[in-house]
Write a protein that binds this ligand. Structure first.
Ligand code: PMP
Length: 352
């Protein structure tokens, strides 16, 4: 089955909304979108009185170059969260189809599926939190349209080997769309899966500017996939999803100076990750620090409740991941600046 045939027939047949900005290409006097003719107070040259381009060409071009794909293989939206939602809505029929996830993993895949009334097939990660590709492939029934792999995984931080990704891509070809979520890929050793897109049409990759690019507040995320999938999802993307100030912030962050700054920050995070991992492992009360390929650490404690409270009382909020299977004694701690990480260590050290 081609990747397009996996998608819902009614989405393939949908006549999409045609936004005014799509009609206006090349126009000089724009009187087709009921906008204000005047810029708002304090506009700073952003032209916020105009609707933005639904897929700003300059941003799409820059992101495509960054990820090494063609423009028609890329959709940009409001964070990778929006891409997850679009995929589920385009591929899963309510009450009939399913997605496959591997707990403990990022919660939005299952939430989007439930909103769409799609089933959620769970194939837990192995005890060491690696992906069990054989078990995943064995669990894919015809109802499963999307298989999510989080690489590196949130909340464990574990990377997924390129061999595993490729084995899944090969095994799912013609059966389901493999969605590799690479929100944390910039912090990982392995190159991402985008390079495989030309070989596997049933592959999609999620990327985001929220983590390594320091733009969580601008909500810019991408889906990289076969051009047919991108064209399909562009039809259901709400009109004008990307606010002009967010696009401007992304263009700045992706400029040559912005890229240099991002790479410096990534290096700092990776160095901090190594140092924090060793420092935490030396602290009494710490059972384990899971090896991480991301910008956070999952840490197991003897008395996780007391540690959470101690950090909280010191004004430090970390993610309580105790509800995740296999992580009942763990907290997920985002790596901050060296000073912030030193504060975490000091508070944990005091109570030891
Ligand atoms: N995927 C993973 C694995 C994440 O951890 C997150 C953010 N927590 C997202 C996707 C969503 O990121 P965003 O919508 O900001 O791009």
């Amino acid at each position: 089955m081609s990747v397009l045939e996996l998608a819902r027939a009614e989405i393939r047949a949908l006549v999409p909304y045609s936004s005014a900005r799509m009609e206006a290409a090349g126009g000089q006097l724009l009187l087709n979108a009921n906008e204000s003719a005047w810029a708002p107070f304090g506009d700073a040259g952003l032209d916020c009185h105009r609707y933005p381009d639904p897929q700003p060409a300059a941003l799409v071009e820059r992101l495509a170059a960054l990820y090494g794909v063609r423009r028609e293989q890329l959709l940009v939206g409001r964070g990778s969260d929006e891409a997850i939602d679009l995929l589920v809505r385009a591929f899963c029929r309510a009450g009939k189809d399913a997605i496959l996830v591997q707990p403990p993993t990022f919660g939005m895949y299952a939430v989007c599926a439930r909103v769409q009334d799609a089933a959620v097939v769970e194939v837990p990660l192995s005890v060491d939190f690696t992906v069990d590709a054989g078990a995943v492939l064995a669990a894919v029934t015809p109802a499963v349209k999307l298989v999510f792999v989080c690489a590196p995984n949130n909340p464990t931080g574990a990377g997924v080997s390129p061999e595993t990704i490729e084995r899944l891509a090969r095994g799912l070809a013609g059966r389901a769309l493999l969605v590799v979520d690479e929100a944390y890929a910039e912090f990982a050793e392995d190159a991402g899966a985008a390079a495989l897109l030309d070989r596997y049409e049933h592959l999609a990759v999620l990327r985001t500017l929220s983590k390594a690019w320091a733009l969580a507040g601008a909500r810019i995320g991408c889906l990289l996939a076969h051009a047919d999938v991108i064209a399909l999802l562009r039809r259901i993307l709400p009109p004008y999803p990307l606010p002009r100030p967010c696009v401007a912030a992304a263009m700045e962050a992706l400029s040559p100076q912005g890229q240099a700054a991002a790479h410096e920050r990534i290096e700092v995070v990776c160095t901090e990750r190594t140092q924090m991992t060793s420092a935490l492992r030396r602290l009494p009360g710490v059972r384990a620090v899971l090896p991480s390929q991301a910008n956070f650490l999952a840490v197991r404690f003897d008395d996780v409740g007391a540690v959470y409270r101690r950090l909280f009382d010191a004004g430090i909020v970390v993610r309580d991941v105790r509800r995740y299977p296999g992580l009942g004694d763990a907290l997920r701690i985002t790596l901050g600046t060296p000073e912030e990480n030193a504060r975490v260590l000091a508070v944990l050290g005091e109570g030891a």
